[in-house]
Design a protein around this ligand. Sequence first.
Ligand code: FES
Ligand SMILES: [Fe+2]
Length: 370
Amino acid sequence: MTFLKTSKTLKAGSKTLPRNYYTQPDILRQEFINIFQNNWICIGRNSDLTDKGQYITVQLGDESAIVLKDKKDEIKAFFNVCRHRGTRICNNQEGKFSNTIQCPYHGWTYDLNGKLVGSPHMEKINDFKKIDYPLFPIQIKEWEGFIFLNLSDNPISFNQAFKPIERRFQSWDLQDLSVIDKKTYQVNCNWKLIIQNYCECYHCPMIHPQLAEIHNYLGGRNDFFKGPFLGGYMDFNLDKESITSSGKYCCPPLKNIKGNDLRRVYYYSLFPNMLLSLHPEYVMYHTVWPNGPDKCIVNCSWLFLKESAISNKDSIYEAIDFWDKTNQQDWQICEYSQLGINSTKYSPAPYSGQESLLAAYDNYYISQME
Ligand code: FES
Ligand SMILES: [Fe+2]
């Protein structure tokens, strides 16, 4: 939802992506291979898994991951593929394992560390050793209360990949915040249109008249304008304190937010599919999941300090409802955008100076697709 200033990275005349990037199944397949299976992908908050044995499954193209909390309260992830004949083991989006994970086909059974512990009628098979057939592990990283996973066999280290923003959000004490509400939206557009739409506020006066009263679409600066992390801040108008229906704080500002940060919202996109919006008193994040070339699923969560949310249980909805409505305004225009792009008459056109982050996103995206 940003910003001002033509960045150094926006070459004069940078254009929107060609039509096939928004419509073609082959491109989507390539995105899963090159991008979603090679980057650190945020799949939720560590507070989503509270109990031992609790799990969620995550679908990324043809790959599926089981993410669970083990007996030692550690979060682990495995490919959702049985080592016998490959069956997808777990077919629910969430649930709880007792002590083991059992394949529904022939009953091979794994412990919560992925070790094969049961394989009926295999004892007499020559050279068969259970130890050789664990579930394939997936690398996991917890950062600021978020869970990230990387499906690659040889991933870049998370710390190296996230170095530019490692401590950027420290003042919000993100690890202490809880998900107080979340919503899932099914949107009929290519997933990148959601990200690109988020990266500019050129549309704010037309699409979000209420948001435009809180911050001026020209009132921002980017501090990350190249590479995988993009974004910056927007100043609130003089009589506004935050993004809520009243324009006032919906609960007290977070304790380490000081100075100018009390009068700003920060918007960042974290490549490929995470959007992080930091307000003085709360944080919102989105993750965007391709579901076909012209469909996606958007998950949006609102994070607050739990005690603050409890003592302000009504007013926090001034923020949540405001953004729910703003989200829906965005999704609708993204769907209209997709419909126009589907036409043979769509062709790439120059980005404006307000859309420098889109050009930067596209540049980074293209570099990963090559
Ligand atoms: S495929 Fe899983 S037990 Fe046979
Ligand atoms: Fe918007």
